[in-house]
Each structure stands twice: as structure tokens, then as C-alpha cells.
Write a protein that binds this ligand. Sequence first.
Ligand code: PRP
Ligand code: URA
Length: 209
Amino acid sequence: MTENYYLVEHPLIKRDVTILRDINTDSETFRAALQRVSNILAAEISKKFSLTEVEVETPLEKTKGFKLAHDVILVPVLRAGLGMVNGFLQIIPEAKVGHIGLQRDEETLKPIEYYYKVPKNLETAEVVMLDPMLATGGSAAEALKYLKKRGAKKLFFACLVAAPKGIEKIQNEHPDVKIFAAALDRELNNKGYILPGLGDAGDRTFGTL
Ligand code: PRP
Ligand code: URA
């Protein structure tokens, strides 16, 4: 579980993941904490982005500067991934945002696609897929497959809580994708929920409990 998997360790992430896990945290507080964790994940993932040198004129003289070499495309997996978009946009405001709608069938735990709208220049962009929960890995593996089929080459996956089973699945099926997680949890229960986890991220973000 080492290659292309990064556990982002930060005191503020540990504090916020605790808030997110807490059953007594309301949706407003949940969204705010998820946004702060997303800020840190965005800063961490973007360390891997390529730069192009540019010339910049200060009030005193010309000097060397940098700009991002490629477009950045964020792709939240609906619904829960939406809760990470603003946190990423605060750090990478020029990013474009595509959407993939996937829902786990609660019986089979298999993902079903119900929506796809992503900018066309996937081939050259740094593509960051967003979904707070990596459980069985079924949804993420499927979404990554769609993105690759449409041309995505440089792929990152940002999640909040990952389970070992999900990481293993992504590493087997998409070894080229860099996974960034804010917490690594123990296991899944028999309904595919992450333990200790935080429950249903979509319901907690949008108050649909
Ligand atoms: C959740 C979560 C992931 C998926 C993870 O979404 O946001 O997309 O489950 O589980 P997996 O790794 O086993 O596929 P869900 O299907 O509950 O939809 P929602 O975001 O609309 O609540
Ligand atoms: N989806 C969630 O929202 N939570 C889990 O623990 C697993 C899948």
C-alpha cells in the first residue's frame, strides 16, 4: 500500500477528521470541516503539478516566475464529492469542474452511473477526482475508468477517509492514479461502511439523514 498512495498527516486534519467523525456534528459544521481538510489536500496534491517558467515584471525589475503548466480539472463524484469542491477551488481558483454522478446500489454495493459532464481537455489536464469516502473502491474505480476512457492521463484521487480494501482495489485497477487520503481506517462492515468511519458522507453533508 505504498506506491502512489499518500496519507496526508497534519494536526489540523486530525482535528477536523475528529469533528467529521463525531455523530453530534451538524451538517453546517460538517461542511466547514470538510472544506478545511480539502484546502490542505489541495495544497498537498498540487505539489505534484508541473510548472512553466514565465517572466514577471516587479515594480523594480524583470524576474523569473511560474505558472501552472496544465489546466486543472476537478471532478467531484456526486453527491458527497461536492462537499470538497469549494475547498479545492479556494486553493486552485482557476480549476474547471466536471461532474460524475454515481450511486452505490445498497444491495450489491456496485456503482451505477447517472450523470457525466466533464470538460473536454482531459488529455492534457491535471485531473483531480474528489470523493470523501473510499470504501470498497467500486465507485472510485468505475469513475476513474470513465475518466480514462474520455482521455484523462494525469489522475489524482482526493479522499477524506480510505479503507484498506478500497486502496487495494484502486492500486490494482488504476496503479497510475495517485491517491491522497486524510485518514486511513480499519475495515468495512458487512454493509460496506467504513469503520470507524463517519457514516454516510453524502447524508451528513446535505442533511438528508
Ligand atoms: C458514497 C461515497 C462514495 C461511495 C464509496 O456514495 O461518497 O462515492 O459511497 O463507496 P465504495 O467505495 O464502496 O464504492 P453513495 O453511493 O452513498 O452516494 P451519495 O454520495 O449520493 O450519498
Ligand atoms: N459511503 C459512505 O458515505 N460512507 C461509508 O462508510 C462507505 C461508503
